[in-house]
Design a protein around this ligand. Structure first.
Ligand SMILES: [Zn+2]
Length: 317
């Protein structure tokens, strides 16, 4: 499971792999493994062919670097990839909400002294913000969102991330829009964090190595919604993507990997043939079609990537 092929200064969720590492990772897959379309692994399940384990490459979200940087490397090694697309940013250009939040709190030195009321209400208090030394915020080994805070800005970022994760899609958009204006940011966002526009999505979806499947409209974690709203979200995601690229959409990746037993049942009811989680592990013959695990690939050089693949495969790789 990948998200981005990019070189970022700040990457709190470890979403980006550099081009150099992505290339060496794919070279290893091409030589030692059996790269296969995800659909074949999810639905057919013979997992070994000619002694080499099948592996599928996936990307989530729909960053423009998937088209501009990942595709040329996929072509070089003739490796297929499934790309799960969040459609709201296709319809409304700008960064994903988690990137906008990172831009505000981890990459903007001067902010007003207090949060805007909407954000303070979401947190239940109004901590001091103001200016920060970005060298200190971004210092040392890049801070990851699951690590202890090294700077007050990390704490603010993480608390607001959780509050936005937990609230409904429209409120999340309203609060992040307010925060962006408060921080003095432009709605179109940074060039380094561009998402696909419609023409780019159509180009990506038409590529013979690429299969575009669904990843929701607004990236809301499904278990935070009522059952009726989950079903609507699952159906809307497929309908919107079908309207954008045509064809038959049958696969889904759960936003943030968030699932509940009801979510799995509703995904089947919504008509998806398979769905992917972010749980780590290989696919077995008995793996449920609507809970296909994946392994998140970090920005690793080839030796670490190889060691991780073998660990994930259970020592048989
Ligand atoms: Zn996602």
């Amino acid at each position: 499971m990948y998200h981005r092929v990019a070189d970022l200064d700040v990457d709190p969720w470890e979403l980006a792999v550099t081009e150099e590492h992505f290339e060496s990772q794919l070279r290893h897959l091409a030589v030692e493994w059996n790269p296969t379309p995800l659909r074949s692994i999810a639905l057919e399940r013979p997992l070994l062919t000619r002694g080499r384990p099948k592996v599928a490459v996936t990307f989530d979200d729909g960053y423009v670097d998937n088209l501009e940087r990942a595709v040329p490397i996929l072509e070089r090694y003739e490796i297929p990839a499934t790309i799960f697309i969040t459609t709201d940013t296709i319809d409304r250009p700008g960064e994903f909400w988690w990137d906008r939040l990172e831009h505000i709190f981890l990459a903007t030195a001067d902010l007003p002294p207090h949060l805007p009321d909407e954000a303070a209400a979401l947190l239940g208090d109004n901590p001091v913000v103001g200016s920060a030394d970005l060298a200190a915020v971004q210092a040392g080994p890049s801070w990851r969102a699951w690590e202890p805070y090294q700077h007050p800005r990390h704490g603010l970022y993480r608390r607001l991330w959780q509050a936005l994760f937990d609230c409904a899609g429209e409120e999340r958009t309203r609060v992040i829009d307010t925060l962006s204006v408060w921080a003095g940011h432009r709605p179109e966002g940074r060039g380094s964090h561009r998402t696909l526009d419609r023409a780019q999505l159509v180009e990506l979806a038409a590529h013979p190595l690429v299969d575009c499947q669904a990843h929701s409209t607004d990236h809301s974690p499904l278990p935070t919604l009522t059952a009726a709203d989950q079903l609507t979200a699952l159906r809307d995601s497929r309908a919107r993507l079908e309207a954008l690229i045509g064809g038959d959409i049958y696969g889904f990746a759960y936003p943030h990997g968030a699932i509940s037993p009801a979510t799995l049942r509703l995904a089947a009811e919504a008509g998806y043939t398979y769905c992917c989680t972010t749980h780590t592990g290989p696919v077995h013959r008995s793996t449920p079609d609507h809970a296909i695990p994946r392994c998140g690939v970090g920005d690793w050089a080839a030796p670490e990537f190889e060691a991780q693949l073998c660990r994930w495969w259970g020592g048989e790789g």
